[in-house]
Design a protein around this ligand. Structure first.
Ligand SMILES: Nc1ncnc2c1ncn2[C@@H]1O[C@H](COP(=O)(O)OP(=O)(O)OP(=O)(O)O)[C@@H](O)[C@H]1O
Length: 356
Protein backbone atom coordinates (compact mmCIF):
# COMPACT_ATOMS: atom_id res chain seq x y z
CA UNK A 1 0.00 0.00 0.00
CA UNK A 2 1.27 3.50 -0.81
CA UNK A 3 1.12 4.62 2.83
CA UNK A 4 3.76 2.15 3.97
CA UNK A 5 6.63 4.01 2.28
CA UNK A 6 6.46 6.97 4.66
CA UNK A 7 4.69 5.34 7.55
CA UNK A 8 7.66 5.56 9.90
CA UNK A 9 8.46 9.17 9.07
CA UNK A 10 6.00 11.07 11.26
CA UNK A 11 2.47 10.29 12.33
CA UNK A 12 -0.45 12.14 10.88
CA UNK A 13 -1.99 15.37 12.10
CA UNK A 14 -5.69 15.24 13.03
CA UNK A 15 -7.39 18.57 12.57
CA UNK A 16 -10.81 19.09 14.15
CA UNK A 17 -12.78 22.24 13.53
CA UNK A 18 -16.12 23.46 14.86
CA UNK A 19 -17.22 19.97 15.83
CA UNK A 20 -20.65 19.60 17.43
CA UNK A 21 -22.33 16.37 18.51
CA UNK A 22 -25.80 15.76 19.89
CA UNK A 23 -27.89 12.69 20.58
CA UNK A 24 -31.46 13.77 19.85
CA UNK A 25 -31.97 16.94 21.87
CA UNK A 26 -29.00 16.23 24.17
CA UNK A 27 -25.99 18.28 23.09
CA UNK A 28 -22.77 16.49 24.11
CA UNK A 29 -20.27 19.17 23.08
CA UNK A 30 -20.18 22.01 20.61
CA UNK A 31 -17.76 23.92 18.44
CA UNK A 32 -14.74 21.82 19.39
CA UNK A 33 -11.61 22.95 17.54
CA UNK A 34 -8.19 21.39 18.07
CA UNK A 35 -5.27 19.89 16.19
CA UNK A 36 -3.57 16.75 17.40
CA UNK A 37 0.02 17.48 16.38
CA UNK A 38 1.54 14.81 14.17
CA UNK A 39 3.64 12.28 16.05
CA UNK A 40 2.84 13.66 19.51
CA UNK A 41 0.97 12.18 22.45
CA UNK A 42 -2.14 14.13 23.45
CA UNK A 43 -4.69 13.50 26.19
CA UNK A 44 -8.28 14.60 26.40
CA UNK A 45 -9.46 15.15 29.96
CA UNK A 46 -12.77 16.00 31.51
CA UNK A 47 -15.17 14.93 34.23
CA UNK A 48 -17.28 11.82 33.67
CA UNK A 49 -19.95 12.17 31.06
CA UNK A 50 -18.45 15.17 29.24
CA UNK A 51 -18.25 13.19 26.02
CA UNK A 52 -14.60 12.15 25.82
CA UNK A 53 -15.43 8.69 24.49
CA UNK A 54 -17.94 10.20 22.08
CA UNK A 55 -15.14 12.43 20.77
CA UNK A 56 -12.81 9.48 20.33
CA UNK A 57 -15.47 7.48 18.48
CA UNK A 58 -16.16 10.49 16.25
CA UNK A 59 -12.51 10.59 15.16
CA UNK A 60 -12.74 7.15 13.62
CA UNK A 61 -16.17 7.68 12.15
CA UNK A 62 -18.04 5.37 14.53
CA UNK A 63 -20.19 8.34 15.54
CA UNK A 64 -21.16 11.21 13.29
CA UNK A 65 -21.08 14.78 14.62
CA UNK A 66 -23.69 16.96 12.92
CA UNK A 67 -21.42 19.98 12.38
CA UNK A 68 -17.77 20.69 11.74
CA UNK A 69 -14.90 18.84 10.13
CA UNK A 70 -12.32 16.20 11.02
CA UNK A 71 -9.46 16.34 8.54
CA UNK A 72 -7.03 13.42 8.52
CA UNK A 73 -4.31 13.21 5.91
CA UNK A 74 -6.15 15.75 3.75
CA UNK A 75 -9.54 14.02 3.94
CA UNK A 76 -12.55 15.33 5.88
CA UNK A 77 -14.00 12.11 7.25
CA UNK A 78 -17.41 13.72 7.70
CA UNK A 79 -17.65 14.46 3.99
CA UNK A 80 -15.78 11.57 2.38
CA UNK A 81 -17.12 8.42 0.72
CA UNK A 82 -17.42 5.21 2.72
CA UNK A 83 -14.52 3.77 0.69
CA UNK A 84 -12.30 6.69 1.73
CA UNK A 85 -13.43 6.31 5.34
CA UNK A 86 -12.53 2.61 5.19
CA UNK A 87 -8.99 3.55 4.03
CA UNK A 88 -8.59 6.26 6.66
CA UNK A 89 -9.69 3.83 9.36
CA UNK A 90 -6.78 1.58 8.49
CA UNK A 91 -4.45 4.32 9.68
CA UNK A 92 -5.92 3.93 13.19
CA UNK A 93 -5.20 1.57 16.01
CA UNK A 94 -7.80 1.77 18.75
CA UNK A 95 -7.61 0.47 22.29
CA UNK A 96 -11.07 0.46 23.81
CA UNK A 97 -11.59 0.42 27.58
CA UNK A 98 -11.90 -3.34 28.04
CA UNK A 99 -9.59 -4.25 25.15
CA UNK A 100 -12.70 -5.22 23.10
CA UNK A 101 -11.31 -8.68 22.44
CA UNK A 102 -13.34 -11.47 20.85
CA UNK A 103 -14.19 -13.73 23.80
CA UNK A 104 -14.15 -16.96 21.82
CA UNK A 105 -10.71 -16.42 20.25
CA UNK A 106 -7.39 -16.95 21.98
CA UNK A 107 -4.98 -14.01 22.23
CA UNK A 108 -2.99 -15.09 19.18
CA UNK A 109 -6.09 -15.14 16.96
CA UNK A 110 -7.38 -11.89 18.45
CA UNK A 111 -4.13 -10.12 17.59
CA UNK A 112 -3.93 -11.79 14.16
CA UNK A 113 -7.50 -10.81 13.32
CA UNK A 114 -6.86 -7.38 11.69
CA UNK A 115 -4.03 -8.84 9.61
CA UNK A 116 -6.24 -11.66 8.34
CA UNK A 117 -9.11 -9.22 7.72
CA UNK A 118 -7.24 -6.36 6.07
CA UNK A 119 -4.11 -7.78 4.46
CA UNK A 120 -3.20 -10.66 2.18
CA UNK A 121 -0.20 -11.66 4.26
CA UNK A 122 0.74 -15.32 4.55
CA UNK A 123 0.21 -17.13 7.85
CA UNK A 124 3.97 -17.22 8.41
CA UNK A 125 4.26 -13.42 7.96
CA UNK A 126 1.26 -12.97 10.23
CA UNK A 127 2.91 -15.16 12.84
CA UNK A 128 6.05 -13.00 12.80
CA UNK A 129 4.07 -9.79 13.33
CA UNK A 130 1.74 -11.23 15.97
CA UNK A 131 4.59 -12.68 18.01
CA UNK A 132 6.50 -9.38 17.79
CA UNK A 133 3.49 -7.41 19.08
CA UNK A 134 2.78 -9.98 21.78
CA UNK A 135 6.38 -9.72 22.91
CA UNK A 136 6.29 -5.92 22.89
CA UNK A 137 3.31 -6.11 25.23
CA UNK A 138 4.78 -8.77 27.51
CA UNK A 139 2.36 -11.50 26.43
CA UNK A 140 4.67 -14.27 25.26
CA UNK A 141 3.42 -17.53 26.73
CA UNK A 142 -0.19 -16.33 26.89
CA UNK A 143 -0.95 -16.75 23.16
CA UNK A 144 -3.32 -19.67 23.70
CA UNK A 145 -5.30 -18.12 26.56
CA UNK A 146 -8.86 -16.93 26.07
CA UNK A 147 -9.67 -13.34 27.15
CA UNK A 148 -11.85 -14.72 29.97
CA UNK A 149 -8.87 -16.58 31.44
CA UNK A 150 -6.56 -13.59 31.92
CA UNK A 151 -6.47 -10.45 34.08
CA UNK A 152 -7.81 -7.04 33.06
CA UNK A 153 -4.27 -5.72 32.64
CA UNK A 154 -3.38 -8.54 30.27
CA UNK A 155 -6.58 -7.97 28.31
CA UNK A 156 -5.59 -4.30 27.89
CA UNK A 157 -2.13 -5.24 26.70
CA UNK A 158 -3.62 -7.76 24.28
CA UNK A 159 -5.97 -5.02 23.03
CA UNK A 160 -2.95 -2.78 22.52
CA UNK A 161 -1.05 -5.54 20.71
CA UNK A 162 -4.04 -5.93 18.38
CA UNK A 163 -4.28 -2.14 17.91
CA UNK A 164 -0.65 -2.10 16.76
CA UNK A 165 -0.55 -4.92 14.21
CA UNK A 166 -1.36 -2.77 11.20
CA UNK A 167 1.39 -0.26 12.15
CA UNK A 168 -1.10 2.54 12.82
CA UNK A 169 -0.19 6.16 12.26
CA UNK A 170 -2.81 7.27 14.77
CA UNK A 171 -3.46 5.43 18.04
CA UNK A 172 -6.54 6.16 20.13
CA UNK A 173 -6.69 4.90 23.69
CA UNK A 174 -9.87 5.07 25.75
CA UNK A 175 -9.12 5.23 29.48
CA UNK A 176 -5.93 3.16 29.64
CA UNK A 177 -6.13 3.03 33.44
CA UNK A 178 -9.69 1.72 33.80
CA UNK A 179 -9.54 -1.54 35.70
CA UNK A 180 -5.78 -1.30 36.20
CA UNK A 181 -3.81 -0.74 39.40
CA UNK A 182 -1.43 2.26 39.45
CA UNK A 183 1.63 0.14 38.74
CA UNK A 184 0.07 -1.53 35.68
CA UNK A 185 -1.18 1.89 34.55
CA UNK A 186 2.41 3.17 34.64
CA UNK A 187 3.61 0.16 32.63
CA UNK A 188 0.93 0.73 30.03
CA UNK A 189 1.74 4.46 29.87
CA UNK A 190 5.42 3.60 29.43
CA UNK A 191 4.49 1.27 26.60
CA UNK A 192 2.60 4.08 24.84
CA UNK A 193 5.52 6.50 25.27
CA UNK A 194 7.96 3.86 23.96
CA UNK A 195 5.71 3.12 20.98
CA UNK A 196 5.63 6.85 20.23
CA UNK A 197 9.44 6.94 20.42
CA UNK A 198 9.69 3.98 18.06
CA UNK A 199 7.12 4.76 15.38
CA UNK A 200 6.30 8.46 15.95
CA UNK A 201 2.58 7.71 15.82
CA UNK A 202 0.05 10.39 16.74
CA UNK A 203 -1.57 9.23 19.98
CA UNK A 204 -4.74 10.43 21.71
CA UNK A 205 -5.49 9.16 25.21
CA UNK A 206 -8.86 9.78 26.82
CA UNK A 207 -8.54 9.76 30.56
CA UNK A 208 -9.53 11.22 33.90
CA UNK A 209 -6.40 9.94 35.60
CA UNK A 210 -4.63 13.11 36.74
CA UNK A 211 -1.28 11.50 37.36
CA UNK A 212 -1.23 10.13 33.83
CA UNK A 213 -2.41 13.50 32.50
CA UNK A 214 0.37 15.38 34.27
CA UNK A 215 3.21 13.07 33.35
CA UNK A 216 2.54 11.26 30.07
CA UNK A 217 1.17 13.40 27.20
CA UNK A 218 2.81 16.19 25.22
CA UNK A 219 -0.50 18.02 24.88
CA UNK A 220 -3.57 18.27 27.05
CA UNK A 221 -7.17 19.17 26.29
CA UNK A 222 -10.04 19.63 28.68
CA UNK A 223 -13.77 19.19 28.03
CA UNK A 224 -16.21 20.80 30.46
CA UNK A 225 -19.82 21.97 30.18
CA UNK A 226 -20.10 20.97 26.54
CA UNK A 227 -17.03 22.99 25.53
CA UNK A 228 -13.36 22.38 24.91
CA UNK A 229 -12.05 24.67 27.64
CA UNK A 230 -8.44 24.53 26.51
CA UNK A 231 -6.07 22.52 24.35
CA UNK A 232 -2.31 22.96 24.13
CA UNK A 233 1.16 21.78 25.13
CA UNK A 234 1.48 20.31 28.63
CA UNK A 235 3.60 23.27 29.73
CA UNK A 236 0.68 25.62 29.08
CA UNK A 237 -2.01 23.60 30.85
CA UNK A 238 0.15 22.58 33.80
CA UNK A 239 0.83 26.24 34.59
CA UNK A 240 -2.68 27.43 33.73
CA UNK A 241 -4.75 29.45 36.19
CA UNK A 242 -7.93 28.55 34.30
CA UNK A 243 -10.13 27.40 37.23
CA UNK A 244 -11.50 24.23 35.61
CA UNK A 245 -8.10 23.09 34.36
CA UNK A 246 -6.42 23.86 37.69
CA UNK A 247 -9.12 22.12 39.70
CA UNK A 248 -9.10 19.03 37.51
CA UNK A 249 -5.32 18.64 37.42
CA UNK A 250 -5.25 18.90 41.21
CA UNK A 251 -8.25 16.61 41.74
CA UNK A 252 -9.67 19.24 44.10
CA UNK A 253 -13.21 20.00 45.24
CA UNK A 254 -12.42 23.71 45.07
CA UNK A 255 -13.48 25.03 41.68
CA UNK A 256 -16.31 24.95 39.16
CA UNK A 257 -16.51 21.13 38.83
CA UNK A 258 -19.01 19.60 41.25
CA UNK A 259 -20.42 16.17 41.98
CA UNK A 260 -23.05 16.84 39.33
CA UNK A 261 -22.47 18.92 36.21
CA UNK A 262 -23.73 22.19 37.65
CA UNK A 263 -22.28 23.80 40.73
CA UNK A 264 -23.61 27.16 41.82
CA UNK A 265 -21.73 30.14 43.25
CA UNK A 266 -23.03 29.59 46.79
CA UNK A 267 -21.70 26.03 46.85
CA UNK A 268 -18.34 27.23 45.52
CA UNK A 269 -18.19 29.95 48.19
CA UNK A 270 -19.11 27.46 50.96
CA UNK A 271 -16.38 25.03 49.84
CA UNK A 272 -13.81 27.80 49.65
CA UNK A 273 -14.76 28.96 53.16
CA UNK A 274 -14.33 25.38 54.45
CA UNK A 275 -10.88 25.24 52.86
CA UNK A 276 -9.92 28.58 54.36
CA UNK A 277 -11.11 27.31 57.76
CA UNK A 278 -8.62 24.46 57.48
CA UNK A 279 -10.72 21.63 55.98
CA UNK A 280 -8.50 19.43 53.81
CA UNK A 281 -10.23 17.67 50.91
CA UNK A 282 -7.42 15.16 50.40
CA UNK A 283 -6.22 16.60 47.12
CA UNK A 284 -2.59 17.42 46.71
CA UNK A 285 -1.88 20.71 45.02
CA UNK A 286 0.81 20.35 42.41
CA UNK A 287 2.07 23.41 40.66
CA UNK A 288 4.47 23.94 37.81
CA UNK A 289 5.63 21.67 35.07
CA UNK A 290 6.22 18.25 36.63
CA UNK A 291 8.77 16.08 34.78
CA UNK A 292 7.41 14.10 31.86
CA UNK A 293 7.71 10.34 31.50
CA UNK A 294 10.65 9.59 29.23
CA UNK A 295 11.10 6.77 26.76
CA UNK A 296 12.84 3.73 28.24
CA UNK A 297 16.65 4.01 27.94
CA UNK A 298 17.75 2.37 24.72
CA UNK A 299 14.68 3.54 22.81
CA UNK A 300 15.09 6.05 19.97
CA UNK A 301 14.94 9.71 21.03
CA UNK A 302 11.30 10.74 21.18
CA UNK A 303 11.09 13.36 18.42
CA UNK A 304 7.76 14.68 19.75
CA UNK A 305 9.48 16.31 22.73
CA UNK A 306 11.72 18.55 20.62
CA UNK A 307 8.87 19.53 18.31
CA UNK A 308 6.62 20.40 21.25
CA UNK A 309 9.29 22.34 23.10
CA UNK A 310 10.06 24.38 19.98
CA UNK A 311 6.36 25.23 19.76
CA UNK A 312 6.27 26.20 23.42
CA UNK A 313 9.29 28.49 23.01
CA UNK A 314 7.61 30.21 20.09
CA UNK A 315 4.48 31.05 22.12
CA UNK A 316 6.17 31.64 25.46
CA UNK A 317 5.85 35.43 25.21
CA UNK A 318 2.06 35.08 24.88
CA UNK A 319 1.77 33.27 28.24
CA UNK A 320 1.23 34.86 31.66
CA UNK A 321 4.52 36.05 33.23
CA UNK A 322 4.06 33.75 36.26
CA UNK A 323 3.91 30.77 33.89
CA UNK A 324 6.97 31.72 31.84
CA UNK A 325 9.59 31.07 34.48
CA UNK A 326 8.53 27.53 35.48
CA UNK A 327 8.14 26.70 31.80
CA UNK A 328 11.63 27.97 30.97
CA UNK A 329 13.01 25.96 33.89
CA UNK A 330 11.25 22.84 32.61
CA UNK A 331 12.71 23.43 29.16
CA UNK A 332 16.15 23.58 30.74
CA UNK A 333 16.87 27.03 29.35
CA UNK A 334 19.69 29.12 30.79
CA UNK A 335 17.48 32.16 30.65
CA UNK A 336 15.23 30.71 33.34
CA UNK A 337 15.32 33.89 35.35
CA UNK A 338 14.27 36.10 32.45
CA UNK A 339 10.61 36.73 31.99
CA UNK A 340 9.58 38.02 28.60
CA UNK A 341 7.27 40.96 29.27
CA UNK A 342 5.18 40.84 26.10
CA UNK A 343 2.19 38.96 27.52
CA UNK A 344 -1.07 40.33 26.26
CA UNK A 345 -3.68 39.85 28.97
CA UNK A 346 -6.55 40.30 26.56
CA UNK A 347 -6.21 36.69 25.49
CA UNK A 348 -3.33 36.11 23.15
CA UNK A 349 -3.99 33.29 20.74
CA UNK A 350 -1.68 31.04 18.89
CA UNK A 351 -2.23 28.22 16.48
CA UNK A 352 -0.62 25.77 18.87
CA UNK A 353 -2.83 26.32 21.86
CA UNK A 354 -6.38 27.40 22.23
CA UNK A 355 -8.40 28.68 25.09
CA UNK A 356 -12.18 28.46 24.78
N1 LIG B 1 -24.64 6.02 21.35
C1 LIG B 1 -25.15 6.90 22.24
N2 LIG B 1 -26.44 7.26 22.20
C2 LIG B 1 -26.94 8.18 23.05
N3 LIG B 1 -26.22 8.80 24.02
C3 LIG B 1 -24.91 8.47 24.11
C4 LIG B 1 -24.31 7.52 23.22
N4 LIG B 1 -22.99 7.41 23.54
C5 LIG B 1 -22.80 8.28 24.59
N5 LIG B 1 -23.94 8.90 24.92
C6 LIG B 1 -24.08 9.92 25.97
O1 LIG B 1 -23.07 10.90 25.77
C7 LIG B 1 -22.62 11.41 27.02
C8 LIG B 1 -21.12 11.38 27.08
O2 LIG B 1 -20.67 10.02 27.17
P1 LIG B 1 -19.14 9.59 27.11
O3 LIG B 1 -19.11 8.13 27.37
O4 LIG B 1 -18.50 10.09 25.88
O5 LIG B 1 -18.55 10.40 28.35
P2 LIG B 1 -17.09 10.33 28.96
O6 LIG B 1 -16.62 11.73 29.11
O7 LIG B 1 -16.25 9.41 28.14
O8 LIG B 1 -17.40 9.72 30.39
P3 LIG B 1 -16.54 8.75 31.36
O9 LIG B 1 -15.33 9.54 31.75
O10 LIG B 1 -17.47 8.53 32.50
O11 LIG B 1 -16.23 7.51 30.56
C9 LIG B 1 -23.32 10.57 28.10
O12 LIG B 1 -24.40 11.32 28.60
C10 LIG B 1 -23.81 9.36 27.34
O13 LIG B 1 -24.99 8.86 27.92
Amino acid sequence: MYRTAWRFAVGVEVSVEGLTKSFGSQKIWQDVTLTLPAGEVSALLGPSGTGKSVFLKSLIGLLRPEQGSIVIDGTDILQCTSKELYEIRQMFGVLFQDGALFGSMNLYDNVAFPLREHTKKSESDIRKIVMEKLELNGLIGAENKLPGEISGGMRKRAGLARALVLDPEIILVDEPDSGLDPVRTTYLSQLLIDINAQIDATILIVTHNINLARTVPDNLGMLFRKQLVMFGPREVLLTSEEPVVKQFLNGSKIGPIGMSEEKDDSQMAAELAMKEAGHHDGSQEVSGVVPQMQATPGMPVRQAVGRRQARVRSILHTLPPEAQQPILESLGDDQATQVIPAYNDSGAESSSWSHG
